[in-house]
Ligand binder design. Structure first.
Ligand SMILES: [Zn+2]
Length: 250
C-alpha cells in the first residue's frame, strides 16, 4: 500500500473520529455480498480494514445478513462459514429482510452507533451515501477500497466546523457585551506577558508607598484638626457649662 494512500486513509480515519465521534475499534457492518467478494478475491477483510482505518476494527454481520446467505444455498456456503466467525449485531427484524435493507435500517438517518459499511450493492451504497458520516467500502476489482466522502458527509463537516468557530466568537462577543470586565480582562491577559516583566522591576510598590505617605498626613492632619476642634469645643463648653451652672445656681 502506497504512502499516499496510507496518508489519505489516516486523514479519513481522523475525520471520522474527530468530526463524527468514531472510536477504535471501528465497527464495520459487512453485507453478505462483500463477504462473498472477499472470498472470491482471497482478501482478508480484517487485515484490509485495519489498513484502511489505520487501527483496530470489529467485523459485524446482522441476523438478516446471515439468513440471506443461508437462503442462497451452496453458492454462498463459504461466505456463510466466514460470516459466522464475525460478531452478529442484533437487528429488529423478526422476519428477515435483505442484508442491504437491514443495514440501511441500522444506519438510520444519522448513523448513531458510528458504523462503517462494506457493501457491494451499488444502489444500497447510493442511499447510504445520503447519510452523513458513514464510511462506505466495497471491492474495486480485487481490492477493498473506501469511497471518497460523499457530499452529505462533506456538507456536514463544513457545517460542524462553521458552527464551532461561529459559536465561540459569538459567545465571546455576547459575554463581553453583557460584562465589560470580560473584555478588559481578555485585553489585559493579552499584554500581561509584557507587563509582568515591568512589574517585576517594581515601580508599583514605590508609587503605592508614596501615595500612602502623601495621603496619610493629609488624612491625619485633617483628622487631628477635626479632633482638636472637637476637643476644644468640649473644653469651652465645659467652662461655659460651669459658668452657666454657676450663674444658674447663684
Ligand atoms: Zn435485520
Amino acid at each position: 500500500m502506497g504512502v499516499k494512500r496510507t496518508k489519505q486513509h489516516k486523514r479519513f480515519a481522523n475525520t471520522y473520529i474527530q468530526t463524527f465521534g468514531f472510536r477504535y475499534p471501528f465497527q464495520v457492518l459487512l453485507c453478505g455480498d462483500t463477504i462473498q467478494a472477499a472470498l472470491k478475491h482471497r482478501s482478508d477483510l480484517r487485515d484490509d480494514l485495519y489498513s484502511i482505518f489505520q487501527g483496530t476494527v470489529n467485523l459485524l454481520t446482522t441476523g438478516c445478513v446471515v439468513r440471506e446467505l443461508v437462503s442462497q444455498g451452496d453458492e454462498a456456503e463459504g461466505a456463510l462459514i466466514s460470516a459466522k466467525r464475525f460478531e452478529r449485531r442484533r437487528c429488529p427484524h423478526k422476519t428477515a429482510v435483505s442484508g442491504v435493507a437491514c443495514i440501511r435500517e441500522i444506519i438510520g438517518e444519522s448513523n448513531p452507533h458510528h458504523y462503517a459499511v462494506a457493501m457491494e450493492n451499488r444502489k444500497g451504497r447510493d442511499k447510504l451515501r445520503l447519510i452523513p458520516g458513514v464510511p462506505l467500502l466495497h471491492f474495486n476489482r480485487s481490492m477493498l477500497v473506501i469511497e471518497p466522502m460523499g457530499q452529505s458527509t462533506l456538507d456536514k463537516i463544513k457545517e460542524i466546523e462553521l458552527n464551532k468557530t461561529a459559536v465561540s466568537t459569538k459567545e465571546i462577543q455576547a459575554l463581553e457585551a453583557l460584562v465589560p470586565e470580560v473584555k478588559e480582562e481578555r485585553e489585559r491577559a493579552q499584554i500581561q506577558v509584557h507587563k509582568k516583566r515591568k512589574r517585576a522591576k517594581g515601580p508599583n510598590p514605590l508609587s503605592c508607598k508614596k501615595k500612602k505617605t502623601k495621603q496619610a498626613p493629609e488624612n491625619s492632619t485633617a483628622a487631628s484638626q477635626d479632633a482638636s476642634q472637637k476637643k476644644k469645643r468640649p473644653r469651652k463648653s465645659k467652662a461655659q457649662r460651669r459658668a452657666q451652672v454657676e450663674t444658674a445656681s447663684s
